[in-house]
Design a protein around this ligand. Structure first.
Ligand code: HDE
Length: 707
């Protein structure tokens, strides 16, 4: 399908559907009440006055009363307990071909002529709606597909496993992770006694805790995370054969994270960092893209693995069950016509029980409970007719005998609201209707889990073993930070013992850092195995790209205008987002040129946008500019922090003096003047250009951009 065709299809399905409820405000219509009566004064409550002094306000004023009523009820309860804070975007999904037909007859996954509209909501878990984006936390990755056979929701996370195995533990887990009940502390983090108490006593959490303390829990961007359906679902093909399946999103830009110090600072400097990042990328022509992968296990192979394939605390290692990439998703609209957060991102409501023909459930005990919980929670947040809200309603035809309830939005014609009826209205489909797989079930009714659910440490160790050295150090740092925030010795001393079941040596390091107790010997024999795909670096894009990366060019009066303008143009051509940062957000004047028309507006001053908010920084040439920057301690700190956060740093000519002042380490000077040395970089990610050659920089930038 051509881009134009994709666009026009997209514009005719969900977006067209939403436009039915999108109100153009005609500003020439005078102000009215909700029941349409013109309002003559919206600034003064009806009062008794004597002309000179105002007297009591009158309850009689229906205009004022309505205004206050509506205001008093503007907010609805935020998502119950978890995933309250989020950001959403529209887009579309397509499969590459029909190769998944051997597993499923779901049209959305097998028909390459379809472009299925989607809405995705990314979220944090622990914090409330007003918490910061960059906290250490799992990220929700929930996708609603508006398919021709009804809505299909993959309500996933950016981590492939979960803390618990059985849904009955969810209220305990969430109570433990959320702010403590006696003082409502802490906000947006798991660094507290109750969380570590719970996970210490619930060893099935060990694997997920590893992921949560790793870099995965501090993503650089929603656009740079994987998504996982986590639970095991099922496929059914036309021959009636059943398969177990796990769903996976793989980001085009690779899996990238912040460093912890950066995450902490951004939480204060720009709490909306991820939300804004998503909007910035989409509105500047860099829509994020994910490949859609499936892992499939034929039903007859269910018991061939050392773990239970229905256990949500386990991954299916890619070495055992390879990923099959079958489609892709692009998010190209932040919000519908970019206007109103509440009706879409806040009112969107997901449900794991929303599947379409060809896709079904497994007996995964976490999934079974989720299928009950999501519908239920939407009733308390949005009311029983939550599926009629514009963002939630399907784009395919609807017909059933469900009726009435609070906030009913449809006016149905017809005399009958039951089946069977004399008109055959709303007959259950005899062709293409959802059919459950005829699964044989036998067993003893008891409160128990399958035997293989009892092993909790093998994959936790596998994850740890598979990290690179720096990822492992970050993980140890995560544990050390969180356990140091626990005040009760019972908690931090005992958790380090749990850790030694996963990895004895790492447990000792953490125990030493936080005052915990290490075991004297390993609690179990370590298997030492690794799986390459568990490290983030495995997902580095095959073609390196600077597309959508935020790059700060640090200037002051006396900068070289031609150099800066050329670099800015080159970066834009390569798809990066360059920003001029200076001492003030007003005109900055180039060397020896003071004419008002010659100045260039800085996008921000460096207190407004700290270096933490950029992926790379560049200090261009110009002695006067460098002198001003060097005279500012704040500015030196700005550059030093970028170095501490391992950013890519560039300096040209006199800009190198600023760099030398800030980072005080010997960085090899790289000259791009000759074509032969243009590929040189050094281990700090610092690039300096001594003999300035615009041409060679241009070549370098374009080379990066085009891979
Ligand atoms: Fe959720 N989860 N969850 N969860 N979850 C909710 O539904 C629940 C679980 C996930 O952007 C709630 O609408 C139970 C796993 C996401 O709107 C609630 C269990 C995974 C979102 C709920 C789980 C998730 C939610 C809260 C254990 C990863 C946000 C508000 C059995 C695969 C969706 C709401 C959005 C939200 C219940 C476990 C992901 C209470 C009972 C595992 C991304 O219904």
């Amino acid at each position: 399908m051509t881009t134009a065709a994709v666009k026009s299809f997209f514009n005719t399905t969900k977006v067209a559907d939403l436009s039915r409820d999108t109100v153009e405000v005609d500003e020439r219509t005078g102000l009215t009440t909700d029941h349409g009566v013109p309002v003559s004064d919206t600034d003064n409550w009806l009062k008794v006055t004597n002309g000179q002094y105002s007297g009591p306000s009158l309850l009689e004023d229906q205009v004022a009363r309505e205004k206050i009523h509506r205001f008093d009820h503007e907010r609805i309860p935020e998502r119950v307990r978890v995933h309250a804070r989020g950001a959403g975007a529209h887009g579309y999904f397509k499969v590459f071909d029909d190769r998944a037909k051997k597993y499923t007859f779901a049209g959305v996954l097998t028909d390459p002529s379809r472009t299925t509209p989607v809405f995705v909501r990314f979220s944090t878990v622990q914090g409330s709606r007003g918490s910061a984006d960059t906290v250490r936390d799992v990220r929700g990755f929930a996708t609603k597909f508006y398919t021709e056979e009804g809505n299909w929701d993959i309500v996933g996370n950016n981590i492939p496993v979960f803390f618990i195995q059985d849904a009955i533990k969810f209220p305990d887990f969430v109570h433990a992770v959320k702010p403590e009940p006696h003082n409502e502390v802490p906000q947006g983090q798991t660094a507290h006694d109750n969380f570590w108490d719970f996970v210490g006593l619930q060893p099935e959490a060990s694997h997920m805790v590893m992921w949560a303390m790793s870099d995965r829990a501090i993503p650089r961007s929603y656009r740079m995370m994987q998504g996982f359906g986590v639970n095991t679902f099922t496929f059914m093909n036309v021959e009636g054969k059943r398969f177990f399946v796990k769903f996976r999103w793989i980001p085009e830009l690779g899996v990238n994270s912040l460093v912890w110090d950066e995450a902490l600072k951004i939480a204060g400097q720009d709490p909306d960092f991820h939300r804004k990042d998503l909007e910035e990328a989409i509105s500047n022509g860099a829509p994020p893209k994910w490949t859609f992968g499936i892992q499939v296990i034929p039903e007859e192979k269910e018991h061939e693995f050392e773990f239970d394939v229905l256990d949500a605390t386990k991954i299916w290692p890619e070495e055992l069950v390879p990923i099959e990439e079958i489609g892709e998703m692009i998010l190209d609209k932040t919000r519908f016509v970019g206007t109103n957060f509440f009706p879409e991102t806040e009112q969107v409501a997901f449900c794991t029980a929303h599947v379409v023909p060809g896709i079904g459930f497994s007996d995964d005990p976490l999934l079974q409970g989720r299928n009950f919980s999501y519908f239920d929670t939407q009733i308390s947040r949005l009311g029983i007719n939550w599926e009629q809200l514009p963002i939630n309603r399907p784009v395919c035809p609807l017909m059933n005998h469900n009726r009435d309830g609070q906030h009913q939005m449809r006016i149905r014609k017809g005399q009958v609201n039951y089946w069977p009826n004399r008109f055959s209205a709303g007959s259950p489909a005899d062709r293409g209707g959802y059919v459950e797989f005829a699964q044989r079930v036998a067993g003893i009714k008891s409160r128990a889990r399958g035997e293989k659910f009892n092993e909790h440490y093998n994959q936790a160790e596998l994850f740890l073993n598979s990290l690179t050295k720096h990822e492992r150090l970050h993980l140890i740092g995560g544990f050390s930070f969180e356990l140091d925030h626990c005040d009760d010795p019972v908690v931090y001393e005992s958790y380090t013992k749990v850790l030694s079941s996963v990895n004895f040596d790492r447990a000792k390091t953490v125990a030493e850092a936080v005052g915990g107790e290490a075991s004297l010997s390993p609690e179990r024999e370590h298997h030492g195995k690794q799986s390459a795909s568990l490290s983030q670096i495995y997902y580095a894009p095959k073609k390196p790209t600077i597309k959508s990366r935020r790059i700060a060019i640090l200037i002051a009066d006396g900068f070289s205008k031609i150099e800066v303008e050329s670099i800015r143009t080159l970066l834009k051509t390569a798809g990066a987002f360059p920003f001029l940062i200076s001492m003030r957000r007003s005109k900055i004047y180039p060397a020896d040129e003071k004419g008002d028309d010659l100045g260039v507006f800085a996008d921000h001053h460096f207190e407004g946008q700290r270096s933490t908010l950029f992926d790379a920084i560049l200090v261009p040439s110009g002695q006067a500019s460098a002198d001003i920057l060097m005279a500012s301690g704040r500015c030196i700190h700005w550059v030093r922090e970028a170095f501490g956060h391992l950013k890519v740093i560039g300096a040209i000519g006199e800009g190198m003096q600023v760099l030398a002042r800030a980072i005080k380490v010997e960085v090899p000077q790289i000259s791009f003047a000759s074509p032969d040395d243009s590929s040189a970089t050094d281990s700090y990610g610092v690039v300096t250009v001594g003999k300035y050659s615009l041409l060679s920089i241009a070549r370098e930038v374009l080379q990066i951009a085009t891979g």
